[in-house]
Design a protein around this ligand. Structure first.
Ligand code: HEM
Length: 119
């Protein structure tokens, strides 16, 4: 079966997507301040590994689980998660990913909402 990872275009596509995604995140007033003190090179590496894993590519993610990773972020709420999912969708759209694949990515992101918001 073709994985979402393969459909999107493998490692090169995930790399490109994460780079564009964080450019959008840092330009988005709704969420950028959460990343003020974060090393964005490391963050992008972790996000590439995480997305590769959840899209069905090679599992090389060694980072924290989603609850642990976000539990110290003060005031995080649904609007922040909405903004992240929106930026991810816009990124994939820009890269020419098909709408149904974008939908699938959005539902994967949706599936970690409860953990990200520690509820
Ligand atoms: C919706 C799905 C989300 C996914 C899949 C996701 C994914 C990740 C991953 C893989 C990490 C790295 C964990 C590690 O350090 O080991 C991380 C950390 C982080 N995330 Fe998210 N995230 C999501 C939502 C959000 C939201 C909504 C925000 C804030 C607007 C956010 C802000 C951060 C920050 C600031 C870190 C770094 C924390 C630190 O290094 O102490 N994330 N996230």
């Amino acid at each position: 079966m073709t994985t979402l990872y393969e459909k999107l275009g493998g490692a090169a596509a995930v790399d490109a997507a994460v780079d564009i995604f964080y450019r959008k995140v840092l330009a988005d007033d709704r969420i950028s301040e959460y990343f003020d003190d974060i090393d964005m090179d490391k963050q992008a590496q972790k996000q590439k590994a995480f997305l590769t894993m959840v899209f069905g590519g090679p599992n090389e993610y060694t980072g924290k689980d989603m609850r642990e990773a976000h539990k110290n972020l003060k005031g995080l709420n649904d609007t922040h998660v909405d903004a992240v999912i929106e930026n991810l969708g816009a990124t994939l759209k820009e890269l020419g990913v098909a709408d149904e694949d974008i939908q699938q990515v959005a539902s994967i992101a949706e599936s970690v909402r409860g953990d990200v918001l520690n509820r």
